[in-house]
Every structure is written in C-alpha cells, then in structure tokens.
Design a protein. Structure first.
Length: 342
C-alpha cells in the first residue's frame, strides 16, 4: 500500500512484463520499417540545389555488386560510327542487337544526325534521374512537383502528361517508345527539347521511323497494332536506344535466354528497360508508378490514365511477375529508390 496516495502498489513482476512488452513492440516496429522501407514512398523532396543528395558513382558501385560483368562502357544511343568498324558487329538481332538491320539503321541515323545527350544535361556535374512508370499508383499521388525537380525525367510510351501534371509533372527529358506506342501528340505530351528515344524491337520499327521522318510511304505490315502514319517530331530530337540495354535487361535482370528469341518469347517491358538504362546513365535512380495489381484482381486498372486491367497483358510477351521480382531485388539492394508503393 502507498500510504501517501492510498493506492495499492502493482507487483514488481507486472511492471517488468509491461516494460518488456513495450520494448518488444518497439523492436518489431523497427524491424518492420527497415524491411518495408525500400517499398515505401521517399520521405523527402528532391531539391534542385541539393548537391548532397547526388554522389557520382554511387549507383555504378552498387550495380557492380548485383549485375554480372556490369560496365558503363557502352554508348546510350546508336550512332553512325557503330557500323563502320568490325569490332562493333553485333552478335544478336533486334531487340538484343543490330545484326541484319545495319543498313536501315544507317539510313535513319543519317536523318537524325544527333547521337548524344543535350548540352543542358551533359554539363551537369551529377545526374539525378526518375523513371516515371505508367502505373495506377500515380493517380492522386500529387508527385508532380517532386518529379519536375529531377535532372532527367524518363517517361514511357504513350503515357500522357497533359491534364495529369499534378500527379506526374510536366517535365520530360526523354520518352522511350516503340511505333505501336507512339499514338500520342509529341508536342502536347512533351517539352520542345524532349528526346524521343526509339526502342527497336524489330526491323519494321526502324523502317517506320525512317518513313515518318523522311515522309515516305508508310507500311502497317509487321506490327501487332497499327502505328501512327503521321508523327510530328523534329529529327534532331530523335534517338535510337542502344539494344545493349535490352540485352542486359533480359539476360542479367530477368535471366531470359537471348540466343533463341523465337523459342523464348518473354521480352522486357519498356519500363524495366528504362530502369536498366538509367542504371547505366545516372548517379541517382528513383522510380515512380511501377507495380501491377495482384493477378487475382481483375477490376483494378493498371494505368493512371486509362481503364484497362491486367487482363490486357495476358497475350503479351511480358511476364509482369518476373519483372516485379527483378525490381524488388534492385530496391532491396538500394540501387534504386521508389517514390510510390510497390
């Protein structure tokens, strides 16, 4: 009995149990946070003048530990000089190499005449990149201002910016696409200096690009969906992604055989390819809007801008579960960071 208050004292053993319970609960919470943190939104904003956030070579060092024979000794985009030296002959056909497509590629590269990054990017001391996926997670995310503050903003295929600026921003450094996904207004959905980066899956993709740039007769043959016949873009803003990055994505991140592409139909999505490309290009790599609904969820839309579900992916050559595992490994190794839930 506490004679000052008139209350009975709690037995000492009960206090010990209570303290242990609190400590145990706190420990579990800390462990949960540390395990879950790679999949949670970043707790900070990216400031334009924040030099501390960017450390040159950080992503490269981490990628070396995870990706076998990783090297940055490859140009980002194809250039005419690639086809004039025997040492650069490719061992694979598109989408993993240029074998058999050299002649048409030379003709297209002669039209664009630009194979590098813009000076505004080249002159930056450190490259902070965000790969903006097309996922439903971006809807109502209010990440627009955050995305706009990165040095390089990569967008994918026909994902719109107009009318979605609050969630996805309005800055586009480059947009990776293929002909079937080019059904958008290049001027409305991009900035005047945005790079339009062709991801060539097959030779007809390059032939289509040559036709639209040179105003030649278009052909719809060889496409799973009709590409646009009119495509208003400046040739100097066009680049062709080096197929090397598709090779690395398939063989190193997805462990897909690239020697017999007809037998192994699984091909990387543009999204995972863009992440691989960013690993080779950037000093900081963040992603947003990646991840698909559970396979049992037939009603959840997969994109922030249209009402299609996972069912639409059933007949594609992409294995979304396989890709989710690859992205999760990159997150767990802290090579990349996620701004949205994954």
């Amino acid at each position: 009995m506490d004679f000052a208050t008139g209350r009975k004292k709690a037995p000492q053993s009960k206090w010990k149990v209570l303290v242990l319970f609190i400590l145990g609960t706190f420990s579990v919470a800390v462990v949960w946070y540390l395990r879950a943190e790679p999949y949670m939104p970043g707790p900070y904003m990216i400031a334009e003048d924040d030099s501390v956030m960017c450390s040159q070579g950080d992503v490269e060092k981490k990628a070396l530990l995870m990706i076998e024979n990783y090297t940055r000794n490859h140009p980002a985009f194809l250039q005419m000089s690639d086809f004039f030296w025997e040492k650069n002959l490719s061992a694979y056909q598109l989408p993993y190499g240029t074998q058999g497509s050299e002649e048409i590629l030379l003709k297209v590269l002669a039209l664009t005449m630009r194979y590098d990054m813009p000076d505004s990017i080249q002159n930056l001391p450190c490259w902070r990149c965000v790969v903006v996926g097309n996922g439903h997670r971006l809807k109502n995310s209010s990440l627009g201002d955050v995305i706009n503050k990165y040095d390089i903003v990569m967008r994918l295929n026909n994902a719109p910016v107009h009318k979605y600026e609050h969630d996805v921003g309005n800055k586009t450094t480059m947009r990776l696409f293929y002909p079937e996904s080019a059904d958008f207004d290049p001027n409305l959905q991009n900035n005047p200096d945005s790079l339009m980066v062709l991801v060539p899956f097959k030779t007809p993709d390059v032939q289509w690009l040559k036709a639209v740039l040179n105003n030649e007769k278009r052909s719809r043959k060889g496409f799973w969906k009709s590409p646009p016949l009119i495509w208003d873009v400046k040739p100097e803003n066009v680049r062709i992604l080096n197929p090397y990055f598709m090779e690395v994505t398939a063989s190193k991140l997805l462990n897909v055989s690239i020697k017999s592409p007809r037998k192994h139909k699984e091909k990387p999505t543009t999204g995972l390819l863009a992440i691989t490309f960013a690993l080779h290009l950037c000093d900081v790599v963040h992603i947003a809007g990646f991840g698909y609904p559970e396979t049992t969820n037939n009603k959840q839309t997969i994109h922030y801008y249209e009402q299609i579900t996972l069912k639409s992916m059933a007949d594609s050559d992409h294995n979304v579960s396989h890709e989710a595992q690859a992205i999760r490994r990159l997150l767990e190794a802290r090579i990349i960071r996620n701004l949205t839930h994954f």
